[in-house]
Design a protein around this ligand. Structure first.
Ligand code: XUL
Length: 532
C-alpha cells in the first residue's frame, strides 16, 4: 500500500513550523522558520510589533502568508513527501485575529500557481496589523463585557473564561470602537488558526470549537456563538465570524494551487486547525478525563482533559476539548515558573541544580510547616500584582528568611500546592500527571508533584509540541472523515501513548500535603486581599 502521511503546522508567535508523521505516528520530517530571522522585512521582534502605549501588540498578517510560501518552498527543496500527505491540520497562536475585506475570498479562490501567495494576497486585509495574544490594551472592553453579561463568573460560565484582554471578542470590540471603518469593511474575521486553514483551502475556513473558546464569544456548552456575547461586542458580528465546527471536522480539500505548485494530491483533506494549547494537549496524547499535563518552562502551564466544565472567574480557562467534542480541556497559566527555581538556585544553591535538588531532599516533607510565595513577576494565577517574596513559619507568622534547604523546598512545594489548589478550583481531578519542560528532569520536583497530587507522574518522551499535535489531529480528523463517524482519538492513534512512569506517590506524604494545602490557600487569600 502506498504510504500515507499527515502534516501538522504550528503558526506560533515567533515562527512557523511543520511536522509530518506516518500512520504509525513516527515523525518523518520537521522544519521550522523564525519570523525575525527569516522574514526580516517585516521588522518584528519575537514575531510581534509593540505599539507606543506598550499595551497594544500586533503582528503583520502578510508575514504569515509569506511564511507559508517560504516553508512550502523549503519542504519541496528538502524533498518532503508532500505527494503522499493525505491530511493536513495546524495550530495557531490563540486569540489573534486576521481581518479580511470583501472580495478576499474571490482572491483566494483564483490563485495563480506560478506566483507565490504573498504577491497575490497583498490586498485582502482591512488591517495588516493583527492583534495578538500579547496585547493587553482592552481593559475597558473587558469591563464592559463583564458588566453586560452579569459579572466575571457569569462570563466564565457562558464562555469558559472571564473577560481577558487578549481574548478575541475584546479585541474586536476595541476595533469596532476605535477603527469602525476597519470593522465595517471587514467581511471575515479569522483566528490565526482559521486564517492559515483559509489559505490552504482557498476559501474561508471555519473556526473550530476549541480555539473558538478563547474569544469570550462562544457558548462553550452549545459550541455556537452566544447571542449575548456577540451583542456586547459589535453589530453584525455573527456573519463576519462564520460558523463554528467541531475540531475533528473535515473542512474540504486543499486548493489546486498547492497541488500544482508543490505536488500535493488534489484529494488531500484539510482538518480544521485549532489553537496551539489545544494542539499541545493532542500532541501529548491526553485522551482520558484525569489526564493532566504540567509544562514547566519559562512559565508553567497546567492543562488537561475534563469531562465536566467548571469555569472559574478567578483562574484558568475552559476550552472545548480538541479531540473529543463531548469533553473540555482546562488550562491554568503561571507567570512565575522556572525563573523562581533559577533564582533560588543562584541565591542559595551555588547555581547548581544538583545542589538545589540535594537541598530540597534535605528538608522534610511539608517543610516543617514553612510556606513561601515567590512572586518575582506579577502573578496571573491567582492574580497578585504586588511582586516580592513572602515567607511564613508554621504559625503563619511572616519571617524574613529560610535556611537554604527550607528555601529550596518552599519554592518547589509552593508551586506544586498552587497547581493542585487552582487546578481543583477549575475542575481538575488528576489520575496521572505528565510532566514536560525543563524542570521535569528534576527528580525532587517530580517527587513533590507526585506527593502533592497523590498520583503517579510520567515524563513525556517528546516535549509538548503543537505541530506534532496538529499532525495527530490531522490523522484523527481524517479517520473520522473516512469512516463518516466520530472515532475516538485514542483509537485513531492506536491506543495508549508510550509513557515512562517517573514517580509514584507516597501516601503519608500526600496526607501531609492535603493538610498543608488549607493553610497555603488561606495565606494566599491574605496576599490577594493585601494587593487589592
Ligand atoms: C493562551 C495564550 C498563549 C498563546 C501562545 O491563552 O494566550 O499561550 O496561545 O501562542
Amino acid at each position: 500500500m502506498e504510504k500515507q502521511y499527515f502534516l501538522g503546522f504550528d503558526s506560533s508567535t515567533q515562527g512557523l513550523k511543520c511536522t509530518i508523521i506516518d500512520a504509525q505516528l513516527e515523525i518523518v520530517y520537521e522544519r521550522a522558520l523564525n519570523f525575525d530571522r527569516d522574514l526580516p522585512q517585516f521588522g518584528t521582534k519575537g514575531g510581534a510589533h509593540v505599539g507606543p502605549d506598550g499595551l497594544t501588540v500586533t503582528s503583520p498578517a502578510p508575514m504569515w502568508v509569506a511564511a507559508l510560501d517560504m516553508l512550502f518552498e523549503q519542504m519541496q527543496t528538502d524533498g518532503a513527501p508532500l505527494a503522499s500527505v493525505v491530511a493536513i491540520s495546524g495550530s495557531g497562536q490563540q486569540h489573534g485575529s486576521v481581518w479580511l475585506k470583501e472580495g478576499a475570498e474571490a482572491c483566494l479562490a483564483n490563485l495563480d500557481a506560478q506566483q507565490p501567495l504573498a504577491l497575490q494576497l497583498t490586498d485582502i486585509f482591512t488591517t495588516q496589523d493583527s492583534p495578538i495574544w500579547m496585547d493587553s490594551s482592552t481593559t475597558p472592553q473587558c469591563k464592559a463585557r463583564e458588566a453586560a453579561l452579569g459579572g466575571a463568573q457569569a462570563t466564565a460560565d457562558l464562555t469558559g473564561s472571564r473577560a481577558y484582554e487578549r481574548f478575541t471578542g475584546n479585541q474586536i470590540a476595541k476595533m469596532y470602537e476605535q477603527q469602525p471603518e476597519v470593522y465595517t469593511a471587514t467581511e471575515r474575521i479569522c483566528l490565526v488558526s482559521s486564517f492559515m486553514a483559509t489559505l490552504l483551502k482557498g476559501a474561508y475556513a471555519p473556526i473550530d470549537a476549541s480555539d473558538g473558546s478563547g474569544m469570550n464569544l462562544m457558548d462553550i456548552r452549545t459550541q455556537t456563538w452566544s447571542p449575548d456575547a456577540l451583542a456586547c461586542t459589535a453589530p453584525g458580528l455573527e456573519q463576519k465570524l462564520g460558523e463554528v465546527v467541531a475540531s475533528h471536522s473535515d473542512i474540504g480539500v486543499i486548493h489546486p494551487y498547492f497541488a500544482s505548485r508543490y505536488g500535493f494530491s488534489p484529494r488531500t483533506r484539510l482538518i480544521a486547525w485549532s489553537g496551539d494549547n489545544p494542539n499541545s494537549l493532542a500532541g501529548l496524547r491526553l485522551q482520558e478525563p484525569g489526564d493532566i499535563a504540567i509544562s514547566m518552562g519559562t512559565s508553567y502551564t497546567v492543562f488537561g482533559f475534563l469531562r465536566e466544565a467548571q469555569p472559574s472567574a478567578s483562574e484558568g480557562h475552559i476550552f472545548v476539548n480538541p479531540v473529543d467534542p463531548d469533553a473540555f480541556m482546562a488550562m491554568v497559566c503561571y507567570k512565575n515558573g522556572a525563573l523562581v527555581r533559577d533564582r533560588i538556585r543562584d541565591a542559595v544553591a551555588e547555581g547548581s541544580w544538583d545542589t538545589f535538588s540535594a537541598l530540597v531532599a534535605d528538608a522534610p516533607v511539608g517543610n516543617d510547616g514553612q510556606i513561601g510565595f515567590y512572586l518575582y513577576d506579577p502573578e496571573i494565577t491567582p492574580p497578585i500584582h504586588q511582586t516580592g517574596i513572602r515567607r511564613f513559619d508554621a504559625h503563619d507568622h511572616p519571617v524574613s528568611a529560610f535556611a537554604p534547604a527550607a528555601e529550596c523546598r518552599a519554592a518547589v512545594e509552593g508551586q506544586s500546592l498552587s497547581m493542585r489548589l487552582h487546578g481543583e478550583n477549575i475542575g481538575f481531578a488528576p489520575k496521572r500527571i505528565l510532566a514536560t519542560g525543563g524542570a521535569s528532569v528534576d527528580q525532587e520536583m517530580l517527587r513533590v508533584l507526585s506527593n502533592v497530587f497523590g498520583v503517579p507522574v510520567y515524563v513525556a518522551e517528546k516535549s509538548d509540541s503543537a505541530s506534532l499535535g496538529a499532525a495527530y489531529r490531522a490523522l484523527h480528523g481524517w479517520r473520522c472523515w473516512q469512516e463518516d463517524r466520530f472515532v475516538s482519538f485514542g483509537d485513531a492513534l492506536g491506543g495508549e501513548p508510550p509513557l515512562t512512569c517517573a514517580m509514584e506517590p507516597d501516601a503519608e506524604a500526600h496526607a501531609c500535603y492535603s493538610e498543608l494545602i488549607t493553610r497555603y490557600a488561606n495565606l494566599e487569600q491574605k496576599l490577594i486581599a493585601e494587593g487589592e
